[in-house]
Design a protein around this ligand. Sequence first.
Ligand SMILES: [Fe+2]
Length: 170
Amino acid sequence: MQSSYPLNQQCAAAVNEQIAMEIEAFYAYKALASFFEHPDRALFNVAKYFRDMAAEEIEHSKKFEDYLTMRGVQPMFRDLKAFNPDKNLTLQQAFELALKFEQTVFASIRKIHDCAEQANDGHLTTFLEDIFYEDQLHAEQELNGYLTAIKRAGTGLGEFLFDKEGLKEK
Ligand SMILES: [Fe+2]
């Protein structure tokens, strides 16, 4: 495909890496979902929350794939890094990890944005701003709120109550 508006190679490589990062986030959220579904934890709404997060990450990876395809670049895939939660991971630690994942992903999106600005690629900067900036800021806001609620409720019965009442419908 000959594009009249080719994507800068460095930016294309950064988007390729982003695809893998989004799928790794999917993989990690899936692991957290299974973890909380286990009978030793039995926090089923938390498990559902992480399953829904996983589904969102797969959608994100697809949006980046589609973007490369639209710009005439063949997406390239690399091996994925697995995440397996420690068996003693607490609810608070799980949400702290989720917040860290989101912050890392957002930092990486902003790096692609820097690349796009340097390459004077207005379409890529707009794509990132319109589709991802709001989503990422919203995810951080949500996770920070949940962390406040989890800390306030405390462990034991507090975790049970957070699971029952603490999560908004996604
Ligand atoms: Fe994402």
